[in-house]
Design a protein around this ligand. Sequence first.
Ligand code: ADP
Length: 425
Amino acid sequence: GGAGTASATRQVKLEKESELRIEVANDTPLRLRLLNGTAEIFGTELPPQIWLTFPPHFKFAVFTWYGATIEMDGSTETDYTADETPMVSYVNVHAVLDGRRNQAKASPESSQGPRVIVVGPTDSGKSTLSRMLLSWAAKQGWKPTFVDLDIGQGSITAPGCIAATPIELPIDPVEGISLEMPLVYFYGHTTPSQNVDLYKALVKELAQILERQFTGNAESRASGMVINTMGWIEGVGYELLLHAIDTFNANVVLVLGQEKLFSMLRDVLKSKPNVDVLKLQKSGGVVSRSSKFRQKSRSYRIREYFYGIANDLSPHSNIANFSDLFVYRIGGGPQAPRSALPIGADPVANPLRVAPVNIDRDLLHVVLAVSYAQEPDQIVSSNIAGFIYITDIDLQRRKITYLSPTAGELPSKYLVMGTLTWLET
Ligand code: ADP
């Protein structure tokens, strides 16, 4: 093991219940294939013999239940095999969830399957565990709903959003979650402290819509949900976890890698006998990412939205008049002008207030969400269609140039601005 820089083709033999942990080099992709045996990447089985290409910086593990030989071509930052993993405990959780799904499906009134929420500090492997549970469920024919509440490192769409999507097939180890029709709400910032009330309001909207969809869809309902959360678990972060557990009616809470959080949640959820709180070991393979790396991967996620994971998408550059687009901001600013308040009263900031934003140079390099709202006052409660990226503001000619995944009219003229920016590189 250790730091490998060799770039020749090489084979690694994996014993049963062990994994090959890889960090792809910083500048070149890595090709990898399963030569024999069976192996999976975060819950998704590898096809035999087929070369897969992993982009630079990618961090992952190839795990085998029964033994496998893996071939690699290209250089890695590190690669080593580990035979101590928490995978057996993870798959045991999956088995319990599976039992509950079967129960839900078999019950005459077709009841609710498990609603699992995965919590823990940053870099405890939450996203990875969520992904495994989803892929294992999908492999058995369930259609679990993935809910991602992580506005910092979400895996459904761009940062600054909370989102949900049904998972119908095991998740592609390279491409990630396929984006059929995700339900996305735009928060606009990468830390929840910017506007806690807005975060809560959006979580509530998302939960309500899913609840409605479940009512009409016994298959999704029995399959249940897997909810990934943020790594912020102290203070307001903890409050937001409780809020999410409550709002989504989660009935299985999986706590990764933190004794204190586990005992706090166990104690506070004791009053709810139908909620199980389980402690799970963090995998030794989870890689800690610096805040700089997180920042970079956020920027990479935005790039991926417009250009695709392997530069396979070509976004369109569009030009609009200032008067064609309506940009709004949520929160901040006083609710009413001082003159309208009783003498001595301070204007209170309304976190859910929707206010128009003047188009000026400040919009340059901003990522805006395209809202499905029909009217400005529906912006907070509306999901979004996608994003545009402002590449030029011409004050003289009053023209905006922006990048959009598609050509032509935007699905709506209402755009939402947060603090999400991007420097195209
Ligand atoms: P969290 O969601 O708690 O912040 P992640 O699940 O995103 O943590 O894991 C952090 C990083 O570690 C990710 O890049 C992930 O791919 C990587 N990782 C997780 N488990 C393993 C493993 N067993 N071997 C190698 N890398 C892993």
